[in-house]
Design a protein around this ligand. Structure first.
Ligand code: LP5
Ligand code: MN
Length: 245
């Protein structure tokens, strides 16, 4: 019995090295797992479930094959694929989870999330997030033709690109108080998230109880997988085999 967690792959047609590593992962070790959790930012940016490009179809096909082989796949939206919805999940057989979820991991209650909502010191991002998560705005946006949406997204991306450069690394990391708040609301000792691209395991004391926060890694230079079974957990990396040069 194995459960796998991945996040922050940022899949895009312009990075065949990441795609190849992902495809290998999906066709080999993922097929031997019982459950796969994708904790957001699977795509560099997901414009909408009406994406009919060959690349989108290729990724759909990988998930479809995996769920058909009997592996349960769960997805939590990230800040780059908050528009991935029920249609994509229906087409692939995976299950869309709420932004913050509590799961049972071999007897250990665990809270899982993308991680962007923990970065509350990044006030500009949180305001931006509140705007793009407005249901009425998403409802309207989802009714625009895909190629028009793509142009709108590119425009917003280029308008805000420089904004990130002005932020400190501390501001873009999780806020410890918010981490503790989410853990205590969930009533659990273990949290798993991605987003910050700072893989690692953090243990700390909270009101006399030991708490653990596992951060998943991104797939920018290598694959990154959290493997969990009844014996424990391990953050692992997978080398890219495609050379872009
Ligand atoms: O992912 P990463 O680490 O690179 O950066 C994130 C935060 N950035 C984002 C931006 C998205 O990737 C790009 C989104 C384009 C969306 C187009 C939407 C079209 C409309 C949809 C309507 C339903 O998530 C980054 C964080 C970083 O994580 C670390 O946590 O800092 O945040 C930003 O850089 C955001 C800026 O600070 C926000 C600037 C405000 C600009 C206001 C523009 C308003 C546009 C309104 C659109 C309707
Ligand atoms: Mn993210």
């Amino acid at each position: 019995m194995t459960t796998l967690f991945i996040s922050d792959l940022h899949l895009t047609p312009s990075r065949p090295d990441i795609t190849e590593c992902f495809v290998t992962f999906m066709r080999t070790e993922a097929t031997h797992a019982d459950t796969l959790y994708v904790l957001g930012d699977l795509f560099e940016f997901w414009v909408g479930d009406d994406d009919k490009t060959p690349f989108a179809d290729q990724i759909r096909a990988e998930f479809k094959a995996l769920t058909h082989s009997g592996v349960s796949v769960f997805f939590i939206q990230g800040n780059r694929d908050f528009l991935l919805g029920k249609r994509f999940c229906k087409e692939t057989g995976m299950t869309l989870l709420d932004d913050v979820c509590t799961i049972d991991l071999y007897g250990q209650e665990t809270v899982i999330l993308h991680g962007d909502t923990l970065c509350i010191d990044d006030v500009k991002y949180q305001e931006f997030r509140k705007t793009v998560h407005k249901p009425w705005l998403q409802w309207l946006f989802n009714r625009i033709p895909w190629f028009v949406k793509k142009r709108i997204v590119s425009k917003v991306q280029s308008d805000i690109r420089d904004d990130k450069q002005t932020k400190s690394l501390e501001i873009m990391d999780v806020n410890q108080g918010e981490v503790e708040c989410v853990l205590s609301q969930a009533g659990v000792d273990l949290m798993i998230h991605g987003h910050t691209h700072r893989p690692g395991t953090h243990t700390f004391d909270m009101n006399g109880a030991k708490k653990t926060r596992i951060v998943l890694g991104d797939w920018y230079t290598q694959g990154s997988v959290l493997k969990v079974d009844s014996a424990g957990f391990e953050l692992q990396t997978r080398p890219f085999t495609t050379n872009l040069n």
